[in-house]
Design a protein around this ligand. Structure first.
Ligand code: 4NP
Length: 154
């Protein structure tokens, strides 16, 4: 059982999208040995449902993220999860600040899994329009497909 945590700032846009996409891809691939969750580095939205625009973008891809509730990442998460995957370099920086030395290898950047978008950030769609949510979702999906392949090869 591999435990994967996706992390963004608010846990209402990008990381719940990644959680939903990864769940769907693992279901499609009949891979059930994954535990998938998401969290935010910030505390503003604890207990909130995903942003309405994120829910709609996910639904356009046949993914329901409406039951998810935002929570804040904890030090215990860095111990519990095998991979703690940041949506952007700010999130990665914050996670590395929280991590003990022996946990640092678990902290990754999502788009490093994507040959197309390597070393890039998933752009924060929160302050933009609907289209930003579709762009973020496409980038997340591309990286998650490659992440799943990486995990399957291990
Ligand atoms: P997320 O987007 O990190 O992808 O969930 C954001 C959500 C809320 C805020 C910023 C980014 N905010 O400042 O409240």
């Amino acid at each position: 059982m591999k435990r994967i945590l996706f992390v963004c700032l608010g846990n209402i846009c990008r990381s719940p999208t990644a959680e939903g996409v990864m769940r769907q891809l693992s279901r499609e691939g009949n891979i059930d040995e994954l535990h998938i969750d998401s969290a935010g580095t910030g505390n503003w939205h604890i207990g909130s449902s995903p942003d309405r625009r994120a829910m709609l973008a996910a639904r356009r891809h046949g993914i329901d993220i409406s039951p998810l509730k935002a929570r804040q990442v904890t030090r215990a998460d860095l111990e519990h999860f095998d991979l703690v995957i940041a949506m952007d370099r700010n999130n990665r920086h914050d996670l590395l600040q929280m991590a003990d030395h022996h946990q640092r290898h678990k902290v990754r950047l999502l788009l490093d899994y994507s040959p197309t978008y390597r070393e890039q950030d998933v752009p924060d769609p929160y302050y933009g329009g609907e289209h930003g949510f579709d762009i973020a979702l496409d980038m997340i999906e591309d990286a998650c497909r490659h992440l799943l392949k990486t995990l399957a090869g291990q």
